[in-house]
Design a protein around this ligand. Structure first.
Ligand code: SF4
Length: 400
């Protein structure tokens, strides 16, 4: 187990909209204060579905990073990088592919699901079948133990956990493991060593999960252990071999269903989005022309908010008093629809204002964005190299 480290990525396949802001970015902004966070542009993942239109990726990478920064992702708190600039991801993906049973990949629920949904694309490719494994490599290479996901992505984390276990089982057995682990216990100092042994016994003999957690915490606090010894002691604790790859946990995020301009979920494919930094006039126009309750043909017809997409936006953006003003005004025909839409327009513009301001600075000096991404790639690479040293050694590929 390693420091609480969060990893999350996004595919650069289009402009980000308010659905991304409410569904993902707000969560990232919160997480960056609570954990060590790594956020990456998943450009290789974008190629698994957009291999025939690389220009989409090229156009969107930098715009997406500016969107992140505009939304409040802070490069001094989180490491921001581009997946393809850390080629170790590809190496780990390849090495893991040696031990991945095909059936495991075919069983991942999103594989068939996506193939059926994206019928306009030929996804019977090796890259598409292997994308959950690439995701596993992304996570495992940073020994990230927390991965924010929605309910539908939980099977991917489960798959990653299985991959880590399989890897550790196959390659975590070194000659003289027991002796080396016992020597490492002694290095903890007699008091802590005794506590570790006691917790280990409680876990192994009585299956006491609390003891396991306490022992892990004890190892995480231990300053004087080398990385190798720490891995050995994590493995020794659970009765296995050396733990080279850490099993991640799903950090379940509550699903946010941001409504689009037509009441369906906001999504590029429904053409119902407001982009993150959309021009204020365009935002006002889009909301002013939104469809409303079809029963309100004339201003004097009473309506029902439940049948109106604007009401859904009020539920995201308006305080309780404005919501009750809408409810009363709509059902009694006391207010007109344009009047009703104004507080939503004001709230969206207010939300976007700091984003536009923050983005301006980066748009004016693109080198700022390039530099902070270059820094992020370097930091990410350092972490990735550390894991790859152990992986190569375990798989008999270390030649230095
Ligand atoms: S008054 Fe508001 S909630 Fe009612 S139909 Fe018009 S826009 Fe929709």
């Amino acid at each position: 187990m390693y420091a609480n480290r969060v990893l999350s990525g996004m595919r650069p396949t289009g402009s980000l909209h308010l659905g991304h802001y409410h569904g993902v970015l707000k969560n990232w902004i919160k997480l960056q204060h609570e954990y060590e966070c790594l956020f990456f542009v998943a450009d290789w993942h974008a190629l698994t579905t957009h291999y025939d239109s690389p220009e989409v990726i090229q156009d969107n990478v930098w715009e997406m990073v500016i969107d992140w920064l505009a939304a409040g992702v802070d490069p001094s708190q989180a490491v921001l990088f581009i997946q393809s600039q850390v080629p170790e991801h590809a190496e780990l993906h390849l090495l893991l592919s040696m031990i991945t049973p095909l059936g495991w990949l075919e069983r991942v629920p999103t594989y068939k699901d996506q193939q059926e949904k994206l019928t306009e694309k030929d996804l019977s490719t090796y890259g598409f079948l292997g994308y959950p494994l690439l995701q596993s490599a992304d996570i495992l290479i940073y020994r990230a133990n927390q991965v924010p996901v929605g309910e539908d992505q939980v099977p991917h984390i489960e798959f990653t956990r299985e991959m880590a276990r399989r890897f550790n089982h196959l390659y975590g057995r070194e000659i003289g493991f027991e002796q080396k682990a016992e020597a490492a216990v002694k290095k903890m100092g007699s008091k802590k060593a005794r506590l570790y042994e006691e917790l280990r016994n409680r876990y192994q003999e009585q299956g006491d999960d609390e003891a396991l957690e306490s022992a892990r915490a004890l190892l995480n606090e231990q300053q004087n252990l080398s990385l190798g010894d720490r891995e050995r002691l994590f493995g020794y604790l659970e009765g296995g071999g050396k733990m080279i790859l850490a099993e991640p946990q799903s950090l379940l995020t509550t699903a946010s269903r941001m409504p689009g301009l037509d009441g369906q979920k906001m999504s590029k494919s429904y053409n119902n989005t407001i982009t993150l930094r959309e021009d204020a006039n365009s935002v006002s126009k889009k909301i002013r022309t939104m469809p409303t309750d079809p029963a309100r043909v004339r201003r004097t017809d009473p309506g029902s908010p439940e049948r109106c997409p604007v009401w859904q936006l009020h539920q995201v953006y308006s305080p309780v008093d404005v919501q009750s003003w809408v409810r009363v005004g709509c059902t009694s025909a006391g207010i007109g629809c344009l009047e009703c839409k104004q507080p939503v327009i004001d709230a969206v513009l207010k939300e976007q204002e700091p984003m536009r301001e923050r983005a301006q600075m980066y748009l004016e000096s693109p080198s700022l964005v390039r530099n902070l991404i270059a820094d992020g790639c370097e930091k990410a690479r350092e972490l990735a190299r550390e894991t790859m040293r152990d992986v190569r050694e375990a798989m008999g590929l270390r030649y230095d």
